[in-house]
Design a protein around this ligand. Structure first.
Ligand code: PMP
Length: 388
């Protein structure tokens, strides 16, 4: 008797379809920017994490091309085994300088940086306290570590303190993990209060600055800088794939932390180093972040303009509290979210519908960029007034 051992895949996909959880990818053409072609049709792009508009910047492109020509397309192996380029260290030094930390370590993605850091810092005898709305990479890093994981209510400092009172003493080490900007909501973690509690309960703090780097803080260093927590003992994670216009992730912190991770983090040790092109593009983007603060001014101007128009023309919209360029409004169910995204697309606007199981409640997620023009934002709001 032979049964097809893969038959369950079809059944599983059917279940996904029935639950309305099926997702498919749309193809975009052309350079990243405020206007892209989505399956052939020009659309205003509110679906990108390229907050400063650098992914299509000619300087970042030229740096990537030059690095590929000089150093080749691949890094040929893990950095410990095959060696790395000066470019890799230059990028790490540039990240450490932006973040004002002693050192930094570049991973192949932000996801891998979270998996590697969390699973190396704690283990079976330890406790992780994790914000309920944390990104998947933090949650899966926590699971991978083997530590006891307890979620605290979203941004709820009292709940976290109660949990620390109840559980901290039973464990060797404790790690508090949180997004800094919550990627599907747009709000900020209460970082100063988290750091106070960490000090009181002798715990470590790991903060994921994926959506904050280049965006928040006087120099674009992120939420840590925004809250004046620069230099305090904490572990910062980030990605090179959003405002930094490339691909890859990083951990920034003390030189002891970075040295430890170089020797312990499997998702750094056993994977190939970043490509020269990605490394050079991120390095170019960090230089632009430093040299062109006006991009951040432009970005926040656009965020405030959109919020102002929403307050004026769509006051009934169920906006989620946001202190970032991620602006979401809730809708009643997944079908309603999909319908709005579809109608926006038909009007030449690209905005994603975010649905369970990614988030607890369906929403439309608008991502504002520095390179949006007022007319783009006007068109978004005008179209929404017609369809919502
Ligand atoms: N953390 C957060 C909060 C994110 O939103 C993301 C990406 N969506 C990541 C980590 C993963 O980063 P990367 O895309 O570089 O893997």
């Amino acid at each position: 008797m032979t049964t097809d051992p893969y038959a369950w895949l079809d059944k599983s996909l059917t279940t996904i379809h029935r639950a309305d959880w099926y997702r498919s990818v749309q193809t975009i053409q052309g350079l990243p920017g405020a206007i892209v072609r989505l399956e052939g049709q020009p659309v205003i792009n509110f679906a990108s994490n390229d907050y400063l508009g650098l992914a299509g910047d000619q300087r970042a492109i030229a740096a990537a091309v030059a690095a590929a020509k000089e150093f080749g397309t691949g890094s040929t192996g893990s950095r410990l085994l095959s060696g790395h380029r000066e470019l890799h260290r230059q990028l790490e030094e540039a990240i450490a300088s932006l973040k004002q930390t002693e050192d930094a370590l570049v991973f192949s993605s932000g996801y891998l940086a979270n998996l590697g850091a969390i699973a190396s810092l704690v283990g079976k005898r330890d406790l992780i306290l994790s914000d309920r709305y944390n990104h998947s990479s933090l949650k899966n890093g926590a699971i991978l570590s083997g530590a006891t994981v307890i979620e605290y209510a979203h941004c709820n400092v009292e709940d976290l303190e109660d949990l620390l009172h109840q559980h901290r003493q039973q464990y060797r080490r404790c790690l508090i993990i949180t997004d800094s900007v919550f990627s599907m909501d747009g709000d900020l973690c209460p970082l100063p209060a988290l750091l106070d509690l960490a000090e009181k309960f002798s715990s470590m703090v790991l903060v994921d600055e994926a959506h904050a780097t280049g965006v928040l803080g006087a120099n674009g260093a992120g939420c840590v800088e925004h809250f004046h927590c620069t230099g305090l003992p904490l572990i910062q994670i980030g990605t090179l794939s959003k405002a930094l216009a490339s691909l890859g992730g990083y951990v920034a912190g003390s030189s002891t932390l970075i040295d430890f991770l170089r020797n312990r983090a499997p998702s750094w040790i056993y994977t190939t180093g970043l490509t020269p092109a990605d490394t050079a593009a991120a390095l170019a983007a960090i230089n632009i972040v430093k040299q062109e603060p006006q991009r951040r001014t432009q970005l926040w101007g656009n965020v405030n303009y959109l919020k102002h128009l929403f307050a004026e023309y769509l006051p009934h919209l169920k906006l989620l509290p946001s202190q970032s360029p991620i602006i979401c409004f809730q809708v009643d169910n997944p079908q309603a979210a999909l319908k709005i995204a579809y109608q926006l697309k038909a009007s030449g606007i690209f905005v994603p519908a975010i649905r369970p199981p990614t988030v607890p409640t369906s929403r439309i997620r608008i991502s504002v960029m520095a390179i949006h023009e007022p007319a783009h934002i006007d068109k978004l709001v005008q179209t929404l007034t017609e369809i919502v």
